[in-house]
Design a protein around this ligand. Sequence first.
Ligand code: NAG
Ligand code: NAG
Ligand code: NAG
Ligand code: NAG
Ligand code: NAG
Length: 406
Amino acid sequence: MITATFLALVGATIVSAGTYDYLCDEKNYDNYVTLYTHPKDCSKYVQCWKNALGALESDERQCGFGTYWSMTDLSCINVDQAKCGEDACLSLIDGEQRAAKGNCRGYWQCMGKKSVPMCCPPGQHYNSINGCEDNINEECTADCLGQYVAPNDTDSGNSTTTEAPILCNKEEEANSPSSYKWNVNGQSYLMKCPSGTVFVQTKCTCLGSETAPRTCEPELLLKFTNGLLDESRNQIDVQNVSVLVENGEAIFDGTTSQLVVPFYSNLDIKNTLIVRMKYTSDHTEIPDGEQRALFSNLDCNVDPSILMTENSQNVVAFVGTWVKNGTVAVPQTPLAANEIVSEKDVMYKFQNNTLSLTVDTTENDVPTLGQLKKIQCALHIGYASGMANFKGKIDEFAVYQCDPQA
Ligand SMILES: *[C@@H]1O[C@H](CO)[C@@H](O)[C@H](O)[C@H]1NC(C)=O
Ligand SMILES: *[C@@H]1O[C@H](CO)[C@@H](O)[C@H](O)[C@H]1NC(C)=O
Ligand SMILES: *[C@@H]1O[C@H](CO)[C@@H](O)[C@H](O)[C@H]1NC(C)=O
Ligand SMILES: *[C@@H]1O[C@H](CO)[C@@H](O)[C@H](O)[C@H]1NC(C)=O
Ligand SMILES: *[C@@H]1O[C@H](CO)[C@@H](O)[C@H](O)[C@H]1NC(C)=O
């Protein structure tokens, strides 16, 4: 199975370098955002990289034939599933054709103001003047993933169309039906399907057998009993900036400490996101007017979709959606007389158009509307741009995309 990422990242050729350097952003780069939509051509994308001097440069890359770049998927996907604002056929009449780049059998044909990928039959190649014509010397033997339409010719009136295969940036794992390889951003991650489901290549997703009971397991589970290892089935990569792990706790110094989880950049979270965080801190020492970040995806010059902070009075949660954001606060539990820090069990829950925040036993809700905004920014634990870092110890940090209490 040829995956979209294979086409995008291995099959891709550098078209030209340098022109789109302005798209490359240092902050984004640090957040693993290195790929961008090409401003002029849907079948290309822009990749940023750091040169030996540490300066960001851009290369233009060409998607495989029959695919367009999708910022949502961070790869080239089948044109049928992609949006293209700059389709070359917008100003052309139906039936107009042009040669494909990177495939000698391929060509694009305009249909209803859209470019449709087509392939000459095996044994032929596409010629810009004559259209499909027979190979003279086996000069074109390419596989072609476009929609195959046999050309009309004199001895046969047959016209056949076969469906283009779904392009997919996930690959099944030979000996483990409940795992798959997820190819994103030029890297390959071994992922586990949710329990009770198996990976189905033809659908490019994990699907459940109807009878298997579905339990809600955390997608990310940090207990800090084994360093920064994610103890969920997913083994998500967690990166460390000055966080010490001792006795089952992650210690944040309040100045530079943070944990970065690139997995959550650009993640498509629709309706349910739950973050449970058990931590200790001394909120009484937080100066008036200061917010300390508990977690966020606020670090890449765009408004965040998730943010939780604490100040001397409250724990505050924010959700950014496409329609109506929500902010909700719960008062800090006062320190007991003999305590210097307090233990907090906090639940951030975005579900059913509601943002609810629970601190120990107190829950407050606020209505929101719309899906969680997709942000090209990693999840940062203990950090949000423009705020003070978290100071304290985290005992457990878990992320769910389902409701463990349901
Ligand atoms: C084949 O011929 C028919 C009728 O002449 C026409 O409608 C159709 O568009 C042709 N197909 C191609 C691929 O040229
Ligand atoms: C055209 O179609 C007929 C039946 O519809 C089939 O028998 C024949 O093999 C086809 N010819 C070609 C060249 O595909
Ligand atoms: C995180 O990095 C710091 C150095 O910045 C190091 O001292 C610490 O041990 C690391 N923590 C873990 C859990 O690896
Ligand atoms: C949501 O909040 C952000 C600030 O973080 C703001 O820029 C945006 O306009 C808000 N959106 C809505 C729909 O209120
Ligand atoms: C969320 O809404 C769905 C239907 O809209 C309902 O079945 C479900 O029980 C709700 N969940 C919670 C936690 O309110």
